[in-house]
Design a protein around this ligand. Sequence first.
Ligand code: ADP
Length: 309
Amino acid sequence: MTMKMEANQPVIEAQCLRKSYNQKLAVEDLSLTVGRGEVFGFLGPNGAGKTTSLKMLLGLVVPTGGSGTLLGRPLGEPETRRHVGFLPEHFRFHEWLQAAEFLHFHGRLYGMSPKRRQERVAEVLELVGLSDCAGQKLSTFSKGMLQRIGIAQALLNDPHVVFLDEPTSGLDPLGRRLVRDIIQSMKEQGITVFLNSHLLSEVERVCDRVAIINKGRVVEQGALAELLSGEFEVDLRLGAPSPALLEELERLAGPITANGSVMSVRLQDEAAIPHLAEIVVKHKGQLLALTPRRSSLEDYFVQVIEGDV
Ligand code: ADP
């Protein structure tokens, strides 16, 4: 089957998806849209409903309510899976197989011809940097190598959309960078990537848009640049600040958080920075350092989750 899709049709769309296991609600209301070639980060604390959501989109878990489409077809259609790649969080490998044998086995499951398999296995091994290990048994692979072969498996069928469930957890910094580079190259090829992750700095580096899920509900969704624009933090190092100074700083910037000798305040507007310095000088405080920085995704995430009561 070839997938016929309009250019502006969403690759993934969910409307009010819900899932309860017996009486327990795992996902209450999942609505989101992901376009072609987007890298979409799906974030949330443990137990928020990330994996259940991803499995509903993949058709592996049947929703209790709501609806959605994947590649323009209703969720759960087996034919769509030909064009979908998936790296589960806890992927079980056939460890007695060699790397290339393992990929050929998966290629046969996808119904790929022997010729196409031959080409594609070599391509994906190259992509994940494991060409030299094609004949090596998976039982001898490190955790990072197994994760990479898992990604190779997810890309084997030339998917239009790839779902990666925590692809970098447990990897060392080099392994994480490689996964980031692979995601980047998928994006350049127009492949849509849906990335479940709790590693926020990773997500920040590769995602165009994010949704934050908490207690089964999407509480924020948007372009990363927009979510993080505007707000920023200022780190201040002050010598012996007086109570009056701290009080006035709090009036300007709200609660102050302290980390050792560095205090951080959150400002809505860059124009408030000179005013901050004036307040310190007015109260005869010693201004040892003043460092503005944009809120990170981690700051934003903590703020959203803590504010969602
Ligand atoms: P996350 O991936 O964000 O950690 P999950 O989607 O795995 O969250 O889980 C969401 C909630 O649903 C959790 O409270 C979890 O215990 C529950 N849950 C997930 N899968 C099942 C299942 N098969 N049976 C019963 N409860 C489940």
